[in-house]
Design a protein around this ligand. Structure first.
Ligand SMILES: [Zn+2]
Length: 429
């Protein structure tokens, strides 16, 4: 990232400092000149991201544009915006500029959910300006998520509330027992009340149905999640795979607006039958408005499933990482690596970026209006590089593919504030 003040301000600096420099010494003249600069010059924009290839699926834009920011909002998007109009200029030439990414499945309740990671190094530092913590907290532990993460992280963090009051605090590598083994923890009224009191940041209800989490009463756990979500008027996100009940029985309890995460997982309980054909019930659910989310995770994304689903014309609505402690060092690394896997699978750049920008912004009400570079929108931007080569891509089952193109997050802007660069370790072949 070449970040530099526009040349005219340097000129101004030299002009202002030339006199006092001789008379009063360097330090004084330097501060005098900065004060003078601040007093005398007002800029039309705070920041311009200049010369990048803007890809904004929400507006059908794919081409070279400049993007100007005033305060926390996108002020203008145009073919050319003069550098002299902006206090700061980010040179994005040769790079991709997209709306800040939205990852609707991460775990960032660091210190309480054993699998969680700190949000900022893996999210806002890597192009992801907004995340949804997917059920790390339940009603009893949510106040801590709000106070210790949502209100202090630089990443914009929203949350799905786990239907279990304890959230994901019980399951760890040392204690393989999930939050719904005792159904008495699935308290509908308490969940609904917690959502009501935190409507600004809780966007829905999360329920995990794997057998070591929900035992053989997974459908009752889902019914309770449904009741709490309906009472609060928000959707349910269901984590599928390895459950006691069939996906058909699970789908019967879902409705328009709900989300299935881990939708391209391998193994039992997924979207494919034993012959690799998509279950009719899955296609019906999608036609009825149920969203398919990826939620890659440590065990929930299989190239085989993805290839078969795409061959049959089924695309996910959103690409999310399910980033947590046990996949952040691989095979997930970050959302950019997950998106690169979909480029390898044949999605166009526009189709892939749509699934981490405008699509997720439409899944949950509180995200509406994000995921776009429209004038007046929140100034959230991801700046990326594309690297060509041969890259080993690994799914959650250890299967590998050779990718030819990797997206590398270079910088993020969230609500008008510029965050620095980060790169990711991916094995070169
Ligand atoms: Zn998860």
């Amino acid at each position: 990232m070449h970040y530099h003040p526009p040349p005219h301000s340097r000129r101004r600096f030299l002009r202002v400092s030339a006199g006092p420099l001789l008379a009063c010494g360097i330090a004084e003249s330097f501060s005098d000149s900065l004060y003078a600069q601040a007093r005398n010059r007002s800029y039309r924009y705070d920041l311009v991201v200049k010369g990048g290839r803007v890809v904004d699926p929400s507006q059908g834009i794919d081409g070279q544009r400049d993007v100007a920011i005033s305060g926390t909002k996108i002020a203008r998007i145009a073919d050319t915006i003069p550098e002299s109009d902006a206090l700061h200029v980010v040179n994005a030439s040769g790079r991709i500029v997209t709306p800040g990414w939205i990852d609707i499945h991460v775990h960032v309740y660091d210190g309480v959910a054993p699998l969680a990671i700190p949000a900022d190094p893996s999210c806002v530092a890597k192009g992801v300006t907004t995340v949804v913590d997917a059920g790390s907290a339940g009603a009893h532990t949510f106040p801590g998520l709000r106070k210790q993460v949502i209100e202090v992280a630089d990443t914009r963090v929203l949350a799905l509330l786990n239907i279990s009051v304890v959230g994901q605090s019980t399951l760890s590598q040392d204690n393989p027992w999930g939050e719904l083994l005792d159904l008495r923890y699935a308290n509908v009224d308490l969940a609904a009340r917690t959502i009501e009191r935190n409507r600004d940041v809780i966007v829905g209800v999360k329920v995990r149905l794997t057998q070591n989490i929900a035992g053989d009463h997974d459908l009752e756990a889902l019914r309770r999640a449904r009741q709490a979500a309906d009472a609060a008027g928000v959707p349910v996100m269901v984590h599928i795979g390895g459950s006691h009940s069939s996906i058909q029985d699970i789908l019967k309890l879902l409705k328009k607006g709900d989300v299935i995460t881990h939708s391209f997982r391998g193994g039992e309980g997924g979207i494919l039958d034993a012959q690799g054909v998509i279950h009719d019930e899955v296609l019906e659910a999608v036609a009825n408005g149920v969203h398919l989310d990826i939620g890659h995770g440590a065990g929930s994304f299989a190239f085989d499933t993805a290839e078969k689903a795409l061959e049959q014309g089924l695309l996910p609505g959103t690409i999310s990482s399910d980033l947590h402690q046990f996949n952040v060092h691989g095979p997930v690394f970050d959302l950019a690596t997950t998106v690169s896997k979909f480029l390898h699978l044949g999605l166009s750049l526009d189709d892939a970026l749509r699934r981490v920008t405008v699509n997720p912004s439409e899944v949950f009400g509180a995200l509406n209006g994000l995921g776009t570079l429209r004038e007046g929108a929140e100034a959230d931007i991801a700046v990326l590089e594309t690297e060509e080569g041969r890259f080993q891509l690994t799914d959650a089952l250890g299967q590998t593919r050779v990718g030819r193109r990797m997206l590398r997050p270079v910088a993020s802007i969230k609500a008008g504030k510029l965050y620095g660069s980060a790169s990711i370790p991916v094995e070169r072949l």
